[in-house]
Design a binder for this molecule. Structure first.
Ligand code: AMP
Ligand code: MG
Length: 422
Protein backbone atom coordinates (compact mmCIF):
# COMPACT_ATOMS: atom_id res chain seq x y z
CA UNK A 1 0.00 0.00 0.00
CA UNK A 2 1.29 3.46 -0.91
CA UNK A 3 2.23 5.96 1.75
CA UNK A 4 0.70 9.40 1.54
CA UNK A 5 4.08 10.75 0.41
CA UNK A 6 4.26 8.23 -2.43
CA UNK A 7 0.73 9.01 -3.59
CA UNK A 8 1.43 12.72 -3.55
CA UNK A 9 4.68 12.29 -5.50
CA UNK A 10 2.66 10.57 -8.26
CA UNK A 11 0.15 13.45 -8.41
CA UNK A 12 0.97 15.91 -11.18
CA UNK A 13 0.94 19.67 -10.48
CA UNK A 14 0.63 19.10 -6.74
CA UNK A 15 0.67 22.41 -4.90
CA UNK A 16 -0.45 22.11 -1.26
CA UNK A 17 -1.00 25.88 -1.06
CA UNK A 18 -3.41 26.12 -4.03
CA UNK A 19 -4.75 22.61 -4.49
CA UNK A 20 -7.72 22.21 -6.85
CA UNK A 21 -10.65 20.23 -5.40
CA UNK A 22 -10.19 17.42 -7.92
CA UNK A 23 -6.49 16.98 -7.00
CA UNK A 24 -7.26 16.85 -3.29
CA UNK A 25 -9.86 14.16 -3.97
CA UNK A 26 -7.40 12.26 -6.16
CA UNK A 27 -4.93 12.07 -3.25
CA UNK A 28 -7.64 11.18 -0.71
CA UNK A 29 -9.17 8.43 -2.87
CA UNK A 30 -5.72 7.05 -3.64
CA UNK A 31 -4.94 6.74 0.05
CA UNK A 32 -8.09 5.40 1.74
CA UNK A 33 -8.90 1.69 1.59
CA UNK A 34 -12.11 -0.23 2.34
CA UNK A 35 -12.39 -1.89 5.73
CA UNK A 36 -11.96 -5.65 5.65
CA UNK A 37 -14.58 -6.87 8.14
CA UNK A 38 -17.70 -8.64 6.90
CA UNK A 39 -20.85 -9.67 8.76
CA UNK A 40 -23.92 -11.71 7.84
CA UNK A 41 -27.29 -10.06 8.38
CA UNK A 42 -30.95 -10.85 7.87
CA UNK A 43 -32.23 -9.08 4.75
CA UNK A 44 -34.13 -6.29 6.52
CA UNK A 45 -31.23 -5.53 8.86
CA UNK A 46 -29.07 -5.00 5.78
CA UNK A 47 -31.02 -1.96 4.57
CA UNK A 48 -28.54 0.88 4.03
CA UNK A 49 -25.53 -1.41 4.41
CA UNK A 50 -22.92 -2.16 1.75
CA UNK A 51 -22.96 -5.56 0.07
CA UNK A 52 -19.64 -7.37 0.61
CA UNK A 53 -20.17 -10.14 -1.99
CA UNK A 54 -22.17 -10.45 -5.20
CA UNK A 55 -25.61 -11.97 -4.73
CA UNK A 56 -25.90 -14.77 -7.28
CA UNK A 57 -29.43 -15.71 -8.16
CA UNK A 58 -30.22 -19.30 -7.05
CA UNK A 59 -33.38 -19.35 -9.21
CA UNK A 60 -34.95 -17.85 -12.29
CA UNK A 61 -37.28 -14.93 -11.53
CA UNK A 62 -40.02 -15.44 -12.53
CA UNK A 63 -39.50 -19.15 -12.12
CA UNK A 64 -42.01 -20.07 -14.89
CA UNK A 65 -43.43 -18.46 -17.99
CA UNK A 66 -46.60 -16.73 -16.80
CA UNK A 67 -49.39 -14.46 -17.91
CA UNK A 68 -48.93 -10.69 -17.67
CA UNK A 69 -52.69 -10.04 -17.99
CA UNK A 70 -56.12 -11.46 -17.23
CA UNK A 71 -57.31 -13.19 -20.42
CA UNK A 72 -56.99 -16.43 -22.41
CA UNK A 73 -53.86 -18.48 -22.95
CA UNK A 74 -53.74 -19.75 -26.51
CA UNK A 75 -51.42 -21.55 -28.91
CA UNK A 76 -49.94 -19.12 -31.42
CA UNK A 77 -50.25 -21.77 -34.12
CA UNK A 78 -54.04 -21.39 -33.76
CA UNK A 79 -53.87 -17.69 -34.55
CA UNK A 80 -54.35 -17.83 -38.27
CA UNK A 81 -55.26 -14.76 -40.26
CA UNK A 82 -58.73 -13.56 -39.40
CA UNK A 83 -60.95 -14.38 -36.47
CA UNK A 84 -60.67 -17.77 -34.78
CA UNK A 85 -62.96 -19.51 -32.28
CA UNK A 86 -61.40 -21.66 -29.54
CA UNK A 87 -62.91 -23.89 -26.84
CA UNK A 88 -62.21 -22.94 -23.23
CA UNK A 89 -61.13 -26.08 -21.33
CA UNK A 90 -60.32 -24.66 -17.89
CA UNK A 91 -58.84 -21.85 -15.79
CA UNK A 92 -55.37 -21.11 -14.38
CA UNK A 93 -54.86 -18.78 -11.42
CA UNK A 94 -51.74 -17.25 -9.90
CA UNK A 95 -50.60 -20.03 -7.59
CA UNK A 96 -52.98 -22.63 -9.10
CA UNK A 97 -51.77 -24.08 -12.37
CA UNK A 98 -53.87 -25.71 -15.09
CA UNK A 99 -52.87 -29.36 -15.01
CA UNK A 100 -53.79 -30.46 -18.54
CA UNK A 101 -52.26 -29.99 -21.96
CA UNK A 102 -53.83 -27.48 -24.36
CA UNK A 103 -54.33 -28.95 -27.83
CA UNK A 104 -55.06 -27.14 -31.08
CA UNK A 105 -58.40 -25.39 -31.06
CA UNK A 106 -58.42 -25.04 -27.27
CA UNK A 107 -57.66 -22.24 -24.80
CA UNK A 108 -57.49 -21.72 -21.01
CA UNK A 109 -58.77 -18.75 -19.06
CA UNK A 110 -55.75 -17.24 -17.18
CA UNK A 111 -55.33 -14.67 -14.44
CA UNK A 112 -52.30 -12.36 -14.13
CA UNK A 113 -49.35 -14.30 -12.75
CA UNK A 114 -50.77 -17.73 -13.65
CA UNK A 115 -48.25 -20.22 -15.05
CA UNK A 116 -48.73 -20.57 -18.82
CA UNK A 117 -50.62 -23.87 -19.41
CA UNK A 118 -48.66 -26.54 -21.29
CA UNK A 119 -48.92 -25.99 -25.05
CA UNK A 120 -49.76 -22.26 -24.87
CA UNK A 121 -47.39 -19.35 -25.54
CA UNK A 122 -49.63 -16.31 -25.99
CA UNK A 123 -52.26 -14.44 -23.94
CA UNK A 124 -55.22 -12.59 -25.44
CA UNK A 125 -56.61 -10.02 -23.01
CA UNK A 126 -60.14 -10.66 -21.79
CA UNK A 127 -61.44 -7.32 -23.11
CA UNK A 128 -60.52 -8.34 -26.68
CA UNK A 129 -62.51 -11.61 -26.91
CA UNK A 130 -66.19 -12.40 -27.36
CA UNK A 131 -67.14 -15.25 -25.04
CA UNK A 132 -70.31 -17.30 -25.58
CA UNK A 133 -70.31 -20.08 -23.03
CA UNK A 134 -67.10 -22.03 -23.66
CA UNK A 135 -66.76 -20.68 -27.19
CA UNK A 136 -64.15 -17.91 -27.20
CA UNK A 137 -63.92 -15.80 -30.36
CA UNK A 138 -60.53 -14.17 -30.84
CA UNK A 139 -60.21 -11.19 -33.19
CA UNK A 140 -57.37 -10.98 -35.73
CA UNK A 141 -54.20 -8.97 -35.08
CA UNK A 142 -52.76 -10.92 -32.11
CA UNK A 143 -49.01 -11.42 -31.93
CA UNK A 144 -47.33 -14.69 -30.95
CA UNK A 145 -45.90 -14.46 -27.43
CA UNK A 146 -47.81 -11.34 -26.41
CA UNK A 147 -48.72 -10.67 -22.75
CA UNK A 148 -46.47 -13.47 -21.56
CA UNK A 149 -43.62 -13.03 -19.08
CA UNK A 150 -40.71 -15.36 -19.68
CA UNK A 151 -39.02 -17.39 -16.95
CA UNK A 152 -35.84 -15.61 -15.87
CA UNK A 153 -36.67 -12.35 -17.65
CA UNK A 154 -36.22 -10.43 -14.38
CA UNK A 155 -33.26 -12.38 -12.95
CA UNK A 156 -31.44 -15.36 -14.41
CA UNK A 157 -30.33 -18.35 -12.34
CA UNK A 158 -26.55 -18.35 -11.74
CA UNK A 159 -26.09 -14.70 -12.74
CA UNK A 160 -25.26 -11.93 -10.22
CA UNK A 161 -28.46 -10.18 -9.20
CA UNK A 162 -26.60 -7.49 -7.19
CA UNK A 163 -22.93 -6.63 -7.16
CA UNK A 164 -20.61 -6.18 -4.19
CA UNK A 165 -20.13 -2.51 -3.30
CA UNK A 166 -23.78 -1.62 -3.58
CA UNK A 167 -25.57 0.13 -0.74
CA UNK A 168 -28.81 -1.78 -0.25
CA UNK A 169 -31.94 0.27 -0.89
CA UNK A 170 -35.58 -0.77 -0.45
CA UNK A 171 -35.79 -2.13 -4.03
CA UNK A 172 -32.67 -4.20 -3.41
CA UNK A 173 -33.89 -5.88 -0.25
CA UNK A 174 -37.13 -6.68 -2.10
CA UNK A 175 -35.13 -8.10 -4.97
CA UNK A 176 -33.07 -10.24 -2.58
CA UNK A 177 -36.30 -11.54 -1.02
CA UNK A 178 -37.65 -12.34 -4.51
CA UNK A 179 -34.75 -14.81 -4.82
CA UNK A 180 -35.73 -16.56 -1.61
CA UNK A 181 -32.45 -15.45 0.00
CA UNK A 182 -32.75 -14.61 3.70
CA UNK A 183 -29.20 -13.60 4.74
CA UNK A 184 -26.63 -11.35 3.09
CA UNK A 185 -22.94 -10.52 3.65
CA UNK A 186 -22.28 -6.84 4.25
CA UNK A 187 -19.22 -4.82 5.23
CA UNK A 188 -18.96 -4.00 8.89
CA UNK A 189 -20.00 -0.50 9.89
CA UNK A 190 -17.37 2.19 9.79
CA UNK A 191 -16.32 3.66 13.17
CA UNK A 192 -15.78 7.39 12.94
CA UNK A 193 -14.60 9.57 15.84
CA UNK A 194 -15.13 13.32 15.76
CA UNK A 195 -14.43 16.35 17.90
CA UNK A 196 -14.47 20.14 17.79
CA UNK A 197 -11.48 22.29 18.68
CA UNK A 198 -11.50 25.84 19.94
CA UNK A 199 -11.07 27.80 23.19
CA UNK A 200 -14.14 29.88 22.28
CA UNK A 201 -16.55 26.92 22.13
CA UNK A 202 -19.31 26.38 24.63
CA UNK A 203 -21.62 23.39 24.76
CA UNK A 204 -25.36 23.90 24.52
CA UNK A 205 -27.13 24.41 27.83
CA UNK A 206 -24.54 26.89 29.16
CA UNK A 207 -24.57 30.69 29.06
CA UNK A 208 -22.38 32.47 26.51
CA UNK A 209 -19.75 34.98 27.67
CA UNK A 210 -18.32 37.65 25.37
CA UNK A 211 -16.37 36.06 22.49
CA UNK A 212 -17.82 32.60 23.00
CA UNK A 213 -19.93 30.61 20.51
CA UNK A 214 -21.98 27.48 20.84
CA UNK A 215 -20.37 24.41 19.35
CA UNK A 216 -22.65 23.69 16.40
CA UNK A 217 -20.15 21.69 14.34
CA UNK A 218 -20.41 18.70 16.62
CA UNK A 219 -24.12 18.60 15.77
CA UNK A 220 -23.79 18.96 12.00
CA UNK A 221 -20.91 16.47 11.94
CA UNK A 222 -22.84 14.01 14.08
CA UNK A 223 -25.84 14.34 11.75
CA UNK A 224 -23.83 13.90 8.56
CA UNK A 225 -22.00 10.86 9.93
CA UNK A 226 -25.24 9.30 11.15
CA UNK A 227 -26.82 9.72 7.73
CA UNK A 228 -23.90 7.97 6.11
CA UNK A 229 -24.55 5.01 8.40
CA UNK A 230 -21.36 5.31 10.47
CA UNK A 231 -20.93 4.23 14.06
CA UNK A 232 -19.99 7.54 15.67
CA UNK A 233 -17.67 8.22 18.60
CA UNK A 234 -18.16 11.74 19.98
CA UNK A 235 -14.95 12.97 21.62
CA UNK A 236 -16.48 16.30 22.62
CA UNK A 237 -14.81 19.71 22.58
CA UNK A 238 -11.02 19.75 22.77
CA UNK A 239 -9.27 22.96 23.80
CA UNK A 240 -6.49 24.51 21.67
CA UNK A 241 -3.83 22.83 23.77
CA UNK A 242 -1.31 20.47 22.11
CA UNK A 243 -1.42 17.98 24.99
CA UNK A 244 -5.20 17.73 24.98
CA UNK A 245 -5.31 17.49 21.20
CA UNK A 246 -2.72 14.75 21.23
CA UNK A 247 -4.72 12.77 23.76
CA UNK A 248 -7.87 13.10 21.64
CA UNK A 249 -6.08 11.94 18.49
CA UNK A 250 -4.66 9.00 20.46
CA UNK A 251 -8.12 7.89 21.49
CA UNK A 252 -9.42 8.30 17.95
CA UNK A 253 -6.54 6.41 16.33
CA UNK A 254 -6.84 3.54 18.77
CA UNK A 255 -10.59 3.11 18.48
CA UNK A 256 -11.83 4.38 15.12
CA UNK A 257 -11.32 3.89 11.38
CA UNK A 258 -11.39 7.63 10.77
CA UNK A 259 -11.42 10.85 12.76
CA UNK A 260 -13.04 14.08 11.63
CA UNK A 261 -12.20 17.30 13.44
CA UNK A 262 -13.32 20.89 13.04
CA UNK A 263 -11.18 23.96 13.59
CA UNK A 264 -7.49 24.34 14.29
CA UNK A 265 -6.27 24.10 10.69
CA UNK A 266 -6.55 27.77 9.71
CA UNK A 267 -3.35 29.78 9.24
CA UNK A 268 -3.26 31.15 12.77
CA UNK A 269 -3.71 27.77 14.42
CA UNK A 270 -2.17 25.28 12.01
CA UNK A 271 1.38 25.58 13.37
CA UNK A 272 0.93 23.85 16.69
CA UNK A 273 -1.49 21.33 15.18
CA UNK A 274 1.14 20.55 12.52
CA UNK A 275 3.90 19.97 15.03
CA UNK A 276 1.71 17.78 17.18
CA UNK A 277 0.36 15.74 14.25
CA UNK A 278 3.84 15.23 12.81
CA UNK A 279 4.55 13.09 15.89
CA UNK A 280 1.40 11.02 15.49
CA UNK A 281 1.45 10.02 11.85
CA UNK A 282 1.60 11.31 8.30
CA UNK A 283 -0.59 14.36 7.80
CA UNK A 284 -0.55 17.02 5.08
CA UNK A 285 -1.94 20.53 5.40
CA UNK A 286 -3.64 21.96 2.36
CA UNK A 287 -5.01 25.25 1.18
CA UNK A 288 -7.65 24.16 -1.27
CA UNK A 289 -8.71 26.32 -4.21
CA UNK A 290 -12.33 26.42 -3.11
CA UNK A 291 -14.90 28.50 -1.34
CA UNK A 292 -15.96 28.05 1.36
CA UNK A 293 -13.44 25.81 3.11
CA UNK A 294 -9.87 26.67 2.15
CA UNK A 295 -7.72 25.06 4.87
CA UNK A 296 -7.83 21.31 5.46
CA UNK A 297 -5.60 18.59 6.88
CA UNK A 298 -5.58 15.01 5.67
CA UNK A 299 -3.63 11.89 6.53
CA UNK A 300 -3.40 9.13 9.08
CA UNK A 301 -2.72 9.10 12.79
CA UNK A 302 -1.45 6.11 14.78
CA UNK A 303 -1.71 4.92 18.35
CA UNK A 304 -1.17 1.57 20.05
CA UNK A 305 -0.47 -0.21 16.79
CA UNK A 306 -3.70 1.01 15.23
CA UNK A 307 -4.45 3.90 12.91
CA UNK A 308 -7.26 6.13 11.70
CA UNK A 309 -7.58 8.32 8.63
CA UNK A 310 -7.69 11.96 9.63
CA UNK A 311 -9.81 14.70 8.12
CA UNK A 312 -9.01 18.04 9.74
CA UNK A 313 -11.77 20.37 8.56
CA UNK A 314 -11.94 24.14 8.95
CA UNK A 315 -13.94 25.53 11.85
CA UNK A 316 -16.45 27.73 10.07
CA UNK A 317 -19.85 26.06 10.25
CA UNK A 318 -20.58 26.12 6.49
CA UNK A 319 -16.99 25.25 5.57
CA UNK A 320 -17.25 22.14 7.78
CA UNK A 321 -20.31 20.91 5.91
CA UNK A 322 -19.03 21.77 2.45
CA UNK A 323 -15.66 20.08 2.98
CA UNK A 324 -17.39 17.10 4.58
CA UNK A 325 -19.70 16.58 1.63
CA UNK A 326 -17.09 17.15 -1.05
CA UNK A 327 -14.08 15.32 0.44
CA UNK A 328 -14.96 13.28 3.51
CA UNK A 329 -18.23 11.75 2.31
CA UNK A 330 -16.66 10.09 -0.75
CA UNK A 331 -13.68 8.89 1.27
CA UNK A 332 -15.85 7.35 4.00
CA UNK A 333 -18.06 5.66 1.39
CA UNK A 334 -14.93 4.20 -0.21
CA UNK A 335 -13.87 2.93 3.22
CA UNK A 336 -17.33 1.40 3.64
CA UNK A 337 -16.74 -0.55 0.44
CA UNK A 338 -19.14 1.44 -1.73
CA UNK A 339 -18.38 1.25 -5.44
CA UNK A 340 -20.53 4.27 -6.34
CA UNK A 341 -19.60 7.45 -4.53
CA UNK A 342 -20.30 10.22 -7.03
CA UNK A 343 -23.49 12.26 -6.92
CA UNK A 344 -25.12 13.52 -10.10
CA UNK A 345 -24.68 17.13 -11.15
CA UNK A 346 -27.73 18.55 -12.92
CA UNK A 347 -27.74 21.59 -15.20
CA UNK A 348 -30.45 24.16 -14.50
CA UNK A 349 -30.93 27.85 -15.20
CA UNK A 350 -29.78 30.38 -12.63
CA UNK A 351 -32.46 32.94 -11.76
CA UNK A 352 -29.89 35.65 -11.07
CA UNK A 353 -26.33 36.65 -11.94
CA UNK A 354 -23.49 35.34 -9.73
CA UNK A 355 -19.98 36.67 -9.35
CA UNK A 356 -17.29 34.02 -9.65
CA UNK A 357 -13.51 34.12 -10.01
CA UNK A 358 -11.88 31.45 -12.18
CA UNK A 359 -9.22 29.39 -10.38
CA UNK A 360 -11.29 27.97 -7.51
CA UNK A 361 -14.38 25.83 -7.06
CA UNK A 362 -17.31 27.44 -5.29
CA UNK A 363 -20.16 25.69 -3.53
CA UNK A 364 -22.95 28.22 -3.22
CA UNK A 365 -26.02 27.23 -1.26
CA UNK A 366 -29.05 27.21 -3.50
CA UNK A 367 -32.76 26.58 -3.67
CA UNK A 368 -33.89 24.52 -6.62
CA UNK A 369 -37.52 25.47 -7.27
CA UNK A 370 -40.28 25.21 -9.84
CA UNK A 371 -40.86 28.69 -11.23
CA UNK A 372 -43.00 29.55 -14.26
CA UNK A 373 -43.27 25.83 -15.08
CA UNK A 374 -39.52 25.24 -15.11
CA UNK A 375 -36.97 24.16 -12.47
CA UNK A 376 -34.39 26.87 -11.81
CA UNK A 377 -32.03 27.78 -8.98
CA UNK A 378 -31.57 30.81 -6.76
CA UNK A 379 -29.09 31.42 -3.95
CA UNK A 380 -30.05 31.43 -0.27
CA UNK A 381 -29.07 35.02 0.51
CA UNK A 382 -25.82 35.77 2.36
CA UNK A 383 -23.18 33.16 1.54
CA UNK A 384 -20.61 33.79 4.29
CA UNK A 385 -18.85 30.64 5.50
CA UNK A 386 -20.10 31.25 9.04
CA UNK A 387 -23.75 31.61 8.04
CA UNK A 388 -25.21 28.19 8.77
CA UNK A 389 -28.67 29.41 7.84
CA UNK A 390 -27.53 29.36 4.20
CA UNK A 391 -27.10 25.58 4.51
CA UNK A 392 -30.30 25.08 6.45
CA UNK A 393 -32.38 26.90 3.81
CA UNK A 394 -30.65 25.28 0.85
CA UNK A 395 -31.82 22.16 -0.94
CA UNK A 396 -28.83 22.04 -3.29
CA UNK A 397 -25.27 23.20 -3.87
CA UNK A 398 -24.66 25.37 -6.90
CA UNK A 399 -21.28 24.02 -7.99
CA UNK A 400 -19.28 26.63 -9.87
CA UNK A 401 -16.31 24.76 -11.35
CA UNK A 402 -12.63 25.64 -11.13
CA UNK A 403 -12.45 27.39 -14.51
CA UNK A 404 -15.90 29.01 -14.37
CA UNK A 405 -16.21 32.82 -14.44
CA UNK A 406 -19.20 35.08 -13.73
CA UNK A 407 -22.70 33.74 -14.33
CA UNK A 408 -25.47 35.79 -15.99
CA UNK A 409 -29.15 35.47 -15.13
CA UNK A 410 -30.58 32.69 -17.31
CA UNK A 411 -27.23 30.87 -17.71
CA UNK A 412 -27.10 27.17 -16.97
CA UNK A 413 -25.22 26.20 -13.82
CA UNK A 414 -24.48 22.82 -12.22
CA UNK A 415 -26.34 21.88 -9.07
CA UNK A 416 -25.91 18.97 -6.68
CA UNK A 417 -29.20 18.07 -5.06
CA UNK A 418 -28.89 17.70 -1.28
CA UNK A 419 -31.50 14.96 -1.15
CA UNK A 420 -28.75 12.66 -2.33
CA UNK A 421 -26.54 13.81 0.52
CA UNK A 422 -28.62 14.07 3.65
P1 AMP B 1 -11.00 28.02 13.11
O1 AMP B 1 -11.00 27.23 11.83
O2 AMP B 1 -10.75 27.18 14.31
O3 AMP B 1 -10.08 29.19 13.01
O4 AMP B 1 -12.49 28.60 13.26
C1 AMP B 1 -13.04 29.46 12.28
C2 AMP B 1 -14.35 30.06 12.77
O5 AMP B 1 -15.30 29.04 12.99
C3 AMP B 1 -14.27 30.83 14.07
O6 AMP B 1 -15.11 31.96 13.99
C4 AMP B 1 -14.78 29.85 15.09
O7 AMP B 1 -15.34 30.49 16.21
C5 AMP B 1 -15.83 29.10 14.31
N1 AMP B 1 -15.96 27.76 14.85
C6 AMP B 1 -14.92 26.90 15.05
N2 AMP B 1 -15.37 25.75 15.56
C7 AMP B 1 -16.71 25.88 15.71
C8 AMP B 1 -17.73 25.03 16.20
N3 AMP B 1 -17.44 23.80 16.65
N4 AMP B 1 -19.01 25.48 16.20
C9 AMP B 1 -19.29 26.71 15.74
N5 AMP B 1 -18.36 27.57 15.27
C10 AMP B 1 -17.08 27.17 15.24
MG1 MG C 1 -10.21 27.46 16.27
Amino acid sequence: MGTLKEIISCTSDYDPDALPVAKANEVIRGFVKPVAGIEKLAVRAALGRVLAKDIVSPINVPSHDNSAMDGYAVRSDDLIMGEVALVEIGTAYAGKTFAGEVRRGECVRVMTGAVMPAGTDTVVIQEAVIAEGRRIAIPPGQEAGQNRRLAGEDLRKGKPALHAGRMLRPADIGLIASLGVCEVSVRRRLKVAFFSTGDELVSVGKKLKAGEVYDSNRYTLWGMLQRLGCEVIDLGVVRDDPRKLEAAFHRAAAGADAVVTSGGVSVGEADFTKQMLAKLGEVVFWKIAMRPGRPMAFGRVRARGRSAYLFGLPGNPVAVMVTFYHFVRGALLTMMGRSDTDLPLLRVKSQAAMRKKPGRTEYQRGVLELKNGEWSVRLTGAQGSGILRSMSEANCFVVLGHEQGNVDAGDYVEVMVMDGLV
